[in-house]
Design a protein around this ligand. Structure first.
Ligand code: MEV
Length: 329
């Protein structure tokens, strides 16, 4: 039996625009998905996922087994979750040069599923690491990131950037632009506060929506370019530790994401609650449509305000996690 874990992430800046070659800066946070795998005698893959903020489900597939899980959650979400796990196993078999090997896979995660903080990337990254090690092969984090990206790219119909998977595999704050992925050094302590509305967004659908707007309106294309400008300004503010400027740029970034149609009433409500509580800045994080916002506040005020905000299911502080994928006992 082999276990690995990988962190969740928030986007300081740049989601969606990163899909079109603009830079983005996601940051790993101290919330993890842990994947345990054990080789089976047969070639089936049996997945148990108990904490994906779903009611919990078990799916077995391989041979003639019906892979449709019997759970009361949106089918596309569960199908996507299964796609990520199946993809991780395929990548591990390929990396280890193995065929027809089955696994029992257990996923335990304190990252809400489909909420914009990288649950799928963390599960794929941890899954590839655990399954390859179970097969006696060790991959470095960059290789795991690359293989995890191929999985996300497949599940998201080719509309995925390397941001989520690279960030989860490497940890810390990272900068992504196309295939150029780097870790950022000397990052100041960032007081992240996260608000979660209990909802999920469909990444595939949201990314397709932005692409449609970009193709229809030149000003939507310019909006994506403007997000790129915000990221470049944000990188320089991050390098100098100017948290107030980072907050202002996050507010700007949220406005542009909202213009691109990927916010939601609950996300806007949480963003405004955070700002009114004194946060330096607040924005949605990830694909949007529902899920999480990220705010910056050294005090407890934003977290407390979010807890009392209608539509906010939970709010928590998170530290930057400088560690990416790691072996667990
Ligand atoms: C989703 O977490 C982030 C998006 O930019 C898509 C991607 O980068 O793959 C919306």
């Amino acid at each position: 039996m082999t276990a690995s874990s990988a962190p969740a992430k928030v986007y300081l800046f740049g989601e969606h625009a990163v899909v079109y070659g603009e830079p983005a800066v996601p940051c790993a946070i101290e919330r993890r998905a842990r994947v345990t795998v054990e080789r089976r005698e047969d070639s089936q893959i049996c997945v148990q996922a108990n904490d994906l903020t779903l009611d919990g489900f078990t799916v077995t597939w391989g041979g003639n087994t019906d892979r449709r899980p019997d759970v009361d959650v949106p089918t596309p979400l569960v199908e996507a979750a299964m796609g990520y796990i199946e993809g991780a196993v395929d990548q591990a078999l390929d990396a280890a040069g193995a065929r027809g090997v089955g696994f029992d896979v257990t996923v335990e995660s304190d990252i809400p599923l489909g909420a914009g903080i990288g649950s799928s990337a963390a599960v794929v990254v941890a899954g590839i690491d655990a399954a390859t090690r179970e097969l006696g092969t060790e991959l470095d984090p960059e290789t795991i990131a690359d293989r995890a990206y191929r999985v996300e790219h497949g599940v998201q119909d080719g509309e995925a950037s390397r941001a989520d998977t690279f960030c989860s595999a490497m940890g810390g704050a990272v900068r992504i632009q196309g295939d150029d992925c780097r870790q950022l050094g000397d990052v100041p302590s960032i007081p992240f506060v996260i608000g979660y509305d209990g909802n999920t967004g469909d990444t595939r659908e949201l990314v397709a929506g932005v692409r449609g707007l970009k193709e229809e309106y030149e000003f939507a294309d310019d909006t994506v370019g403007a997000i790129g400008d915000i990221v470049r300004a944000g990188e320089s503010a991050l390098g100098d530790g100017r948290l107030e400027e980072i907050g202002r740029l996050m507010n700007f970034n949220h406005g542009l994401l909202s213009a691109l149609g990927v916010s939601a009433r609950s996300l806007d409500t949480m963003v405004w609650a955070a700002r009114e509580a004194g946060a330096l800045g607040a924005k949605l994080t990830g694909a949007g449509g529902g899920g999480c916002i990220v705010a910056l506040d050294r005090s407890e005020q934003t977290r407390t305000a979010l807890e009392y905000t209608p539509g906010c299911e939970t709010a928590f502080r998170a530290e930057l996690d400088t560690e990416g994928v790691r072996a667990e006992r």
